[in-house]
Design a protein around this ligand. Structure first.
Ligand code: FE2
Ligand code: FE2
Length: 279
């Protein structure tokens, strides 16, 4: 490992986690409730789509994670991954609380997830119900399978958390800030974003080490990305947006795609599998 990576290795990331705790139930949602009631139908539909994506995504990545803890190769990695599982459950709780106290009423998380799913298009299912579930099942079957672990971390940390997650955060938080909407939601989402930086640092660090150790890992990263990137591009557009040019949350499809692709390009360079080697 290089000195730079050690700085962001699992032990350091775990120590950061200990200093960065937060409580989703301590966030004040009173202003959010008032705003939600007063919002016009068009704004509400747009915000509901964004919040529904986050609710479903966070449920999936909470419940499709445990195999990676079983695949840990050191005590430090197991410790960090245990904190990531807590983080994802906390994120899911923030979104479920928001659904229960602002959008609908108090229900089991599964009920909020089922209602949220009605807002989402098919590409979401390809990523979260097919690719992620399959990558997790394969790793759970044999946690010592290096290719299965690389494919899972590529799917989870590189595609879902980095490419989809950071892009969603950028444009949703930009929209809510500009419109001065849902301050409690945005406060929790910003803390979630901070947690995600640790998760992504782990994922990129893990993949970089795996690729440096063995050339087959680079092929696994490439094959996983080739399979998933079309669905990622489609998932960034609201359902019914039509075609490849659209506007979402006040941003153009070009802005959204440039942001997503720029981040992925930077991370793939760190991993050692430049984007241009995919084609
Ligand atoms: Fe999360
Ligand atoms: Fe995460």
């Amino acid at each position: 490992m290089t000195a730079g990576l050690e700085l962001h290795g699992p032990q350091k990331l775990y120590e950061q986690w200990e200093h960065e705790q937060w409580n989703p139930f301590a966030i004040d949602l009173a202003a959010d409730r008032e705003q939600w009631q007063a919002m016009n139908a068009a704004d509400r539909a747009l915000v509901l789509w964004a919040l529904s994506s986050l609710m479903v995504a966070e449920e999936r990545i909470t419940t499709q994670f445990a195999a990676l803890i079983m695949a840990a190769e050191s005590e430090e990695e197991a410790t960090f991954l245990a904190t990531q599982q807590v983080d994802e459950a906390r994120h899911m709780q923030h979104y479920a609380r928001f659904q229960g106290e602002v959008i609908a009423d108090h229900q089991a998380i599964a009920t909020h997830v089922a209602r949220s799913r009605e807002q989402l298009g098919d590409p979401f299912g390809v990523i979260f119900d097919q690719a992620l579930v399959e990558a997790h099942r394969r790793l759970a079957e044999d946690p010592s399978d290096r290719a299965a672990k690389v494919a899972f971390v590529t799917t989870y940390h590189l595609v879902i958390e980095s490419t989809l997650g950071l892009t969603a955060f950028e444009f949703i938080i930009r929209y809510l800030g500009r419109e001065r909407l849902l301050p409690g939601f945005a406060e929790g989402y910003t803390k979630i974003h901070h947690d995600e930086q640790r998760h992504i640092a782990y994922g990129v660090g893990y993949l970089r080490t795996a690729v440096a150790d063995d050339a087959a890992s680079a092929d696994t990263v490439r094959a996983t990305l080739r399979r998933l990137l079309p669905a990622v591009a489609a998932a960034l557009a609201p359902p019914g947006a039509g075609g490849t040019d659209f506007e979402a949350l006040g941003a153009t499809s070009d802005e959204i795609r440039d942001f997503a692709l720029g981040g992925l390009t930077r991370r793939l360079n760190i991993v050692g599998v430049p984007l241009e080697t995919l084609v």
